[in-house]
Design a protein around this ligand. Structure first.
Ligand code: UDP
Length: 476
């Protein structure tokens, strides 16, 4: 129930449908299905099915069916409310299996937060797997942190993470605020610990990443989970289909054409794209310093702007959160565009004028940036973004972390310095070179071909489908 999960799930469904002519059923809540169905109308072999869900029964505002516009306390309430979908899902599956057109093989692929769907599948004798929409390294870190809460066992700022090499340490500042406060008796642990434990009991795991990009991440993930893990990424929409993913109830802040026209007027690799994803936003003081720093850097930019965390993040953005006259100055000089709430991200990243991406390091954003060979400036805010940022910088060499979290205020001067470094000629050139190497690895993983010629992710999905749909037993 968030864009960062819905998009890769739909792409996985389309990939499976393309590779095996099996019938796909995508299940979510009514508003999410409505948002999808206008672009992906149901067909006899590709159906979108809503499960009954009324947010007001869970003390949530009426249209809350996506984590994207909810404050942190409501976000966790929605996660808990999603457990109420289980009986309807169970009914749907039983009905499906007892109908005259019952499939000879059924496989359920569940998101980690809704991994109870695997238990339902198991109880009905169906095959099942979890799909992690995060990378291998991010998934392992997040699983280990929630299951062991290592920060709660020490007063030290730095601590080891179970199942990671001893030399590996995380800092408390790399925990999302709700995980930092978690002690096992809180509402977040009450949701994530059972969801992860159930995921680990599934038959296998699909992961939206590439074996060659996260070699050590996959080693850690397999050791940690003990599951057969399939690297099936990058699951990204084709460019012309990305606009199909409208957010429930939200319009694009700036049309694709307007964005591309604006980018056309700028030289190659000269524009900074700034976005904190579909769910997160920074504080009012951070917004102010970020604006000052970007302006001082002299770089052109497109910034997807949302109200600061202290305010209604689903509401209107007010210019009082920016330096005086900022938006007019930027518009009049054609230096920058502020896009309210939602931008055509993949189109922007695909444009030759985009030179760097200041991102919260959400996994889809990271994959989209890498797939277009665009280096990143990291500002992780929640979930496993903190570990993605470390991996993108230290292991892949395509990112420079600027800041962490929603609390620390990074002065405008530091923003200016990092933007200049990443878009500059020395370190910037090396980051761009690495980003191109990674783009090629991503492309290779999805190459059609026979035998050794076939990309690793296509091999992995074919192998998974062979086991899931033909009833062959697992190899390990
Ligand atoms: N996205 C977009 N326009 C926006 C913000 C986000 O198209 O203005 C898309 C982005 O391209 C990505 C997804 O929403 O596919 C966000 O997923 P990600 O994992 O990066 O972060 P999350 O939003 O889940 O934190």
């Amino acid at each position: 129930m968030a864009q960062g999960h819905i998009i890769p799930f739909m792409e996985l469904a389309k990939l499976i449908h393309h590779r095996r002519r099996c019938t796909i059923t995508v299940v979510s809540t009514p508003a999410n299905i409505r948002a999808l169905i206008s672009s992906f109308p149901s067909t006899p072999t590709f159906r979108l099915v809503p499960l009954p869900f009324d947010p007001t029964h869970h003390s949530l505002p009426a249209s809350s069916e996506s984590c994207d516009t909810l404050s942190t306390p409501l976000f966790v309430r929605l996660l808990h409310a999603s457990l109420s979908l289980r009986p309807a899902f169970s009914f749907l599956l039983s009905d499906f299996l007892s109908s005259p057109s019952a499939p000879s093989r059924l496989c359920v692929i569940a998101d980690v937060p809704t991994s109870w769907a695997c238990e339902v599948a198991e109880s009905l004798g169906a095959h099942h797997a979890v799909f992690s929409t995060c990378g291998a390294y991010g998934t392992t870190s997040y699983f280990s942190l929630w299951q062991h809460l290592p920060h709660a066992r020490t007063d030290a700022d730095e601590f080891p993470v179970p199942s990671f090499p001893d030399s590996f340490r995380l800092n408390r500042s790399q925990l999302p605020s709700y995980l930092r406060a978690a002690d096992g008796a809180d509402v977040w642990s009450a949701f994530f610990q059972p969801a992860i434990a159930t995921s680990l009991r599934s038959k296998s795991m699909l992961c939206n990443s590439v074996e060659e990009v996260e070699t050590s991440g996959f080693r850690l993930l397999r050791n940690y989970t003990g599951l057969r893990v399939y690297a099936v990424g990058p699951l990204l929409p084709f460019l012309d289909e990305k606009k199909s993913y409208k957010r429930a109830g939200k319009a694009h802040g700036l049309s694709v054409d307007a964005c591309l026209e604006w980018l056309d007027a700028h030289p190659p690799a000269s524009v900074l794209y700034v976005s904190f994803g579909s769910q997160n936003t920074i504080s009012a003081r951070q917004t102010m310093e970020l604006a000052k720093g970007i302006e001082a850097s002299g770089k052109a930019f497109i910034w997807v702007i949302r109200p600061p965390v202290e305010f209604d993040i689903g509401g209107e953005f007010k210019n009082e959160w920016l330096p005086e006259g900022f938006e007019e100055r930027m518009r009049e000089s054609a230096r920058g565009v502020l896009v309210r709430d939602w931008a055509p991200q993949l189109e922007i990243l695909s444009h030759a004028s985009t030179g760097a991406f200041l991102s919260h390091c959400g996994w889809n954003s990271a994959l989209e940036s890498l797939s277009r060979g665009v280096p990143m400036i990291g500002w992780p805010l929640a979930s496993e973004q903190f570990y993605n940022s470390v991996m993108l910088e230290e292991e892949l060499g395509v990112c420079v972390e600027l800041a962490r979290g929603k609390e620390v205020v990074v002065p405008g001067k530091e923003v200016e310095r990092v933007v200049r470094v990443v878009m500059g000629e020395e370190r910037g050139a090396e980051l761009r070179r690495r980003a191109v190497v990674l783009r090629e690895l991503l492309e290779d993983s999805m190459k059609e071909g026979d035998g050794e010629g076939k990309g690793s992710s296509l091999k992995a999905i074919d192998e998974f489908l062979e086991i899931a749909l033909s009833g062959k037993s697992q190899m390990n």
